[in-house]
Design a protein around this ligand. Structure first.
Ligand SMILES: NC(=O)c1ccc[n+]([C@@H]2O[C@H](COP(=O)([O-])OP(=O)(O)OC[C@H]3O[C@@H](n4cnc5c(N)ncnc54)[C@H](O)[C@@H]3O)[C@@H](O)[C@H]2O)c1
Length: 343
């Protein structure tokens, strides 16, 4: 039975990835510090599975991490543990440097020591982001060969980590891979991110805050498609290489809100009087457009996204509706604390 470590497995993409790995009969070891965006709800159903282990641990804790690896001897690590919210990185970037850069460095050092001292050569799939390429001009798409040009402390921390991963692969011969996915949406996402926040606010009769004029374009992918791509890259990707994971589905924020309101209508949700777009002061350094060229993963690994935007939004909306009782059970104070919503 193949054992795999997923870091950040209690978060949004990590929990969906563990779901896929368990279905594919892997033995999964989830290492997550249970930070604010980790949701115990995301991993509740895995606990009964005999092929699942959870360790509440910071990826910066090398000695405990090493003990876990030596005990389970996994074939590799999928590194998804990260601080992930751009706005938070602008408010306070230190923890982004600590987790996203030092945390990744720590994992690389761990793998280097395992290779040198224990003859264990673990494969690492490091999960990065499309944000490392920065703002992309209209009519252009970033391929893996594009220069890195990050704009926020978040994307800069991810870009730095990627470069360290590449350097460790070249210098120490580590078996590393990098994935750069576009914006994900789907079940289990923490409602401080755009799509779940809008759904949450539509259901709860709140304003729909939109930065600037709502014209920022993002490439959107349903999380299950990303998880399939990550597994494929881990199994079949060429060591030392990077792979973009995109869908080609690009919409600005206002168009996404329209789609969500349409979905609410289909679900016969009576919209409250507060449910309307509220333009708010733009985020500093806000990139206007992201766009990936994902022909490498499609040609070399024969991967393509499967989920259309309408189907993905339907599945996401349905999930939040079905699980709304969970969100209702927590107090307003908790919501503000846990979900980072402004008062
Ligand atoms: N969500 C997206 O749209 C998107 C797009 C591209 C790339 N990514 C990348 O994918 C990865 C997962 O993103 P996500 O959206 O699931 O994020 P998330 O915030 O939902 O989950 C991150 C998880 O990492 C854990 N974590 C944070 N710091 C840690 C530490 N020091 N030690 C151990 N665990 C720690 C958190 O507790 C949380 O469970 C990240 O690396 C992110 O940069 C996300």
């Amino acid at each position: 039975m193949k054992k795999i470590v997923v870091t950040g497995g209690s978060g949004f993409i990590g929990s969906n990835l563990i779901n896929l790995l368990l279905k594919k009969k892997y033995f999964v070891i989830n290492i997550d510090k249970s930070g604010y965006s980790a949701n115990p709800y995301n991993v509740k159903s895995f606990k009964k599975n005999k092929r699942y282990r959870f360790f509440k641990l910071n990826i910066n804790n090398k000695s405990k991490f090493l003990k876990i690896i030596l005990k389970y001897k996994p074939v590799g690590i999928l590194n998804l543990a990260a601080e992930t919210h751009v706005d938070r990185s602008i408010d306070s970037s230190k923890i982004f440097i600590s987790t996203n850069i030092f945390g990744t460095y720590n994992i690389l050092e761990l793998i280097r020591v395992l290779k040198r001292n224990y003859k264990l050569n673990l494969k690492l799939l490091h999960v990065s982001t499309d944000e490392v390429y920065g703002d992309i001009d209209k009519n252009l798409s970033a391929s893996e060969k594009f220069n890195y040009n990050p704009s926020s402390p978040y994307s800069a921390s991810k870009a730095a980590a990627d470069q360290i991963v590449k350097a460790y692969a070249k210098t120490y011969g580590l078996k590393t891979l990098i994935a750069n996915p576009c914006n994900n949406y789907g079940p289990n996402q923490f409602p401080e991110k755009f799509i779940p926040k809008m759904i949450f606010n539509i259901i709860n009769n709140k304003n729909l805050p939109v930065y600037g004029k709502g014209k920022n374009v993002r490439e959107w992918i349903f999380v299950n498609d990303t998880c399939e791509a990550l597994l494929k890259i881990f199994l079949k990707g060429k060591i030392g290489e990077s792979y973009n994971i995109g869908s080609g589905i690009k919409f600005n924020n206002l168009s996404i809100i329209k789609k969500l309101l349409l979905e609410a209508k289909k679900n016969k949700i009576k919209l409250g009087k507060n449910v309307k777009v509220k333009f708010v002061h733009d985020r500093p350094g806000h990139d206007v457009r992201y766009s990936l060229n994902s022909s490498k993963i499609s040609k070399k690994l024969n991967w393509k996204h499967k989920t259309s935007i309408s189907n993905g939004i339907k599945q996401t909306f349905d999930w939040y509706l079905k699980n709304i009782n969970y969100f209702k059970k927590i107090s307003r104070k908790d919501i503000i604390k846990r979900f980072g919503l402004k008062k």
